[in-house]
Write a protein that binds this ligand. Sequence first.
Ligand code: FPP
Length: 243
Amino acid sequence: MDGKNGHQVPRHVAVIMDGNGRWARARGMPRHAGHRSGVKSVRETVEIAAKRGVSYLTLFAFSSENWRRPADEVSKLMGLFLEALQREVDDLHRNKVRLRFIGAREQLQAELVASIARAEEKTQDNDGLCLIVATAYGGRWDIVEASKSLARKTVAGEISINDIDEDKLANELSLSGIPDPDLLIRTGGERRISNFLLWNLAYAELWFCDCLWPDFREQQFDEALAYYSSRQRRYGYTGDQVA
Ligand code: FPP
């Protein structure tokens, strides 16, 4: 898709929002203050993504491994998700955003699960930006769940083992029906994927920046988009073939 100035705009952007804790510590504040401030960056990122013509935005809010954090931090984070969801859902709906959540929902508290279900239902027919929030999500968990689903179908005689191919497995993943991310952004200075969308990121362009998530704004997003637009995507072909 062409954006402003003829630049290639990624259809799907995935984001690992890292650095909230360090942002807070640098200010002598508790970690939770960093997460709270990170919600503002989420809001701004959603707005800019929509403005720039991105169709899908997937945010890594809480990983399968984040349950290992101190109970107080986990509980405050869950409270923050609930609060942000309840506060923002009407505004997102007015802006035609379609909300989806991926991850092990059964691990979340009942009030949050109910709120998620209401938000998804309310926004399901919207045709604007599709905002996907990964909560209690892990790429390995996703592949294991997909494999179990294929195994069940095989045992039930709905498919045979030889029917299983990449498309079949992809169809069982959390992002089934959604194009793979074109661009992965990770803030906070680390250069790793941390069990995010392991299958779906196979051909994503990777953009790492040192900026801490609460400082992530339009300028940083645009830098990532400019980087993306400078890349030639080859999917195994040679550069000459693609040109
Ligand atoms: C990683 O930073 C961040 C998280 C585990 C939580 C992300 C959550 C938000 C940005 C809150 C709002 C989200 C939504 C979707 C409303 P870190 O704590 O690992 O930072 P550190 O590496 O500096 O310790």
